[in-house]
Design a protein. Structure first.
Length: 228
């Protein structure tokens, strides 16, 4: 029989700025949702099959809702974003996508991803603490890395072009500038930007943009038609 682990020590944090190397953590989080992908499936059963046959399709990522105490202030001190969940929420741009991290130290896991967000205040009642709910809508795939991992790797994919570019491996939290593309473009194309998805619908980086190394990531070259 294996020994199960509790949820003690789990934390959720947000990188407020692209240049941040350490996230701001929310305090006294009381509930963290199930995290992971839920792939759609395609029914490929034919009349010759004895059982239903399915293949994995594009994964989807459910909205993630976290419950925590509102923490409007701390008695006798001036509250800032490190001591008040409300102040941290209110310091954020509701129209901005942030890098998020969920840590599972007892399981030696760290989940990192990019996501939009919203929040709401909980109901009030006599003799009960007011809670707030933070909801994150993932915009990128979720990267699972060892909690104790210190090295993060950024790889580069020609995405239809040719040539090679060396991956970059540096310490977790390090910032670097996205490099110039040295891949040879497809015929009639020029380089536009880097993106975390090959179809250009992920998080994009122009040459020279700051990247914070918080998760192993592949950047795909995005090509556009050369109209020159």
């Amino acid at each position: 029989m294996t020994k199960a682990q509790t949820a003690q020590g789990m934390r959720v944090g947000v990188f407020l700025n692209d240049s941040d190397t350490v996230p701001k953590y929310f305090n006294e989080v009381s509930a963290i949702p199930e995290v992971g992908d839920s792939p759609d499936k395609i029914d490929c059963t034919s009349l010759e099959c004895d059982t239903h046959v399915f293949i994995k399709d594009i994964p989807t990522y459910a909205d993630l809702s976290f419950t925590m105490y509102a923490q409007p202030f701390i008695e006798g001190t001036v509250s800032d974003v490190s001591t008040s969940n409300l102040n941290l929420i209110r310091s954020m741009d509701k129209n901005k996508s942030y890098h998020w991290v969920i840590e599972y130290p007892l399981h030696n896991l760290r989940a990192t991803f990019v996501g939009d967000w919203s929040w709401s205040m909980g109901a009030g009642a006599v003799s009960s603490a007011v809670e707030l709910t933070l909801t994150i809508i993932p915009r990128s795939s979720i990267s699972w890395d060892p909690y104790g991992s210190t090295n993060i790797t950024i790889s580069f994919d020609a995405n239809g072009g040719t040539g090679t570019m060396s991956a970059v491996t540096q310490t977790f939290g390090t910032t670097l500038s996205s490099p110039a593309c040295t891949f040879t473009p497809p015929t009639g194309k020029i380089f536009s930007r880097w993106d975390t998805k090959p179809d250009g619908t992920g998080v994009g980086y122009d040459t020279g943009d700051t990247i914070t190394l918080i998760a192993n990531t592949t950047l795909y070259a995005i090509w556009v038609t050369d109209n020159s």
